[in-house]
Design a binder for this molecule. Structure first.
Ligand code: MG
Length: 391
């Protein structure tokens, strides 16, 4: 079997700007195709990922045997020059391609990808409703008042979830976003964040898990300030309290805050997770299969984390292909903790991108039993967006 052409879709979503899932569909001379997704659907970088996939396709894929994933990964790492430096654009492209090749392998062998990764360790995947500050509903809404946060959490509970995630610091009291949270947080701001978390805890009761998300915006000092709130409301874990540019920041926060620390969505391979594992500064690792090198590398990263008793919550914030791929990985790893279902994953403009529509039932996901990763692009929708073809 040989790869004979590659399609790359840079999705433009008229109903939601700054949402651009990038898909690759790899075709073979035997008619088997595979899909993958780059993990840069939000904010900036999608068009770079699409073009990086194009360059990799031209350099390595045409005429290549899609079963040789380990060999290809090693070549993308070493022969691209930039693979040896890490970074989201190169690794998003490597990830999308690797995922699509595993999809081809599964289809060619008539097996779901989780079977190729070692079989089913987890029958059902506990799932949480993610990013409640954007509401939990059909439409996106930036939430301001504490009672809006409580209502969003109750909507998630009504859908069957028993765990939710919120970033209570993303919006100020007027709903403005601001990104620099490294300066000591004022009493008034602390009061606002406290009140949002209190509203959620009061609404959901004391048997629902709440994850406190920070999106790497705080500095070490302010992360420790905010950590008081995470402790007070008994949060399940405290996500991305600081950035990844200086790994010792995580250690400082982990030493001072008595809540499990989560992070990893901006780490792209084994080498980059190493300091966090060896310094034991994260308790929950969150590799994104669309950024951490696809199945080939993310499986290794999960196994490596297991040496340090670190549990895995794959970071999932993309189109339905990223959800489908993550479910296969999470089904096959013993250190799986919980699955992330983003509020964007319940929006029509995201769900319509694929034929299948992976959604949890009563707060639990089950992996597809179809060969491959069990998802196909919906050509009626994706063909409206810019597409690159490499032959
Ligand atoms: Mg996150």
């Amino acid at each position: 079997m040989k790869i004979n052409h590659v399609e790359i879709f840079d999705i433009h979503c008229p109903e939601r700007t700054a949402w651009n899932p990038v898909f690759v569909r790899i075709h073979t001379d035997e008619g088997v195709t595979g899909v993958g997704e780059a993990g840069l659907a939000y904010d900036l970088g999608h068009s770079a990922a699409a073009n990086m996939i194009k360059e990799f396709s031209e350099a390595f894929l045409i005429g290549f045997d899609p079963f040789q994933t380990e060999n290809l990964w090693s070549r993308m790492l070493r022969e691209s020059f930039w693979g040896l430096g890490g970074g989201p654009v190169v690794y998003a492209a490597m990830s999308a391609i690797d995922t699509a090749l595993w999809d081809i392998k599964g289809k060619a062998l008539g097996l779901p990808v989780y079977q190729l990764l070692g079989g089913k360790v987890n029958q059902k995947l506990r799932t949480y409703a993610s990013q409640l500050q954007f509401d939990w509903d059909k439409e996106f809404k930036a939430l301001k008042a504490p009672d809006e946060y409580a209502e969003a959490a109750l909507k998630a509970l009504a859908d069957g979830y028993d765990a939710v995630k919120v970033d209570p610091i993303m919006y100020d009291k007027d709903g403005n976003t601001y990104f620099d949270r490294t300066k000591i947080i004022s009493k008034a701001e602390m009061k606002l964040y406290h009140s949002r978390m209190a509203a959620i805890r009061h609404a959901v009761g004391d048997e629902v898990d709440i994850i406190f998300e920070c999106h790497s915006l705080p500095g070490a000092t302010t992360a420790i300030q905010l950590g008081e709130i995470a402790e007070e409301y008994g949060c399940m874990y405290y996500e991305e309290p600081v950035n990844y540019l200086n790994p010792s920041l995580h250690s400082k926060v982990a030493d001072k805050v008595n809540v499990p620390i989560a992070g990893g969505e901006r780490l792209y391979n084994r080498w980059q997770v190493r300091p966090y594992l060896e310094e034991q500064s994260v308790d929950v690792l969150q590799p994104d299969i669309g950024l951490c090198g696809g199945f080939t590398e993310t499986k290794k990263v999960c196994d490596y984390a297991d040496i340090f008793d670190v549990r895995i919550q794959a970071h999932v914030c993309g189109g339905p292909v990223s959800t489908a791929a993550s479910l296969h990985l999470e089904t096959a790893i013993p250190n799986f903790l919980i699955h992330e279902h983003h509020t964007y994953a319940i929006k029509q403009w995201n769900r319509e991108l694929c034929i299948q529509d992976p959604q949890p039932k009563n707060g639990f996901f089950e992996v597809s039993e179809a060969p491959g990763i069990g998802i196909e692009l919906n050509d009626e929708v994706v063909m409206k967006s810019p597409r690159i073809v490499v032959r």
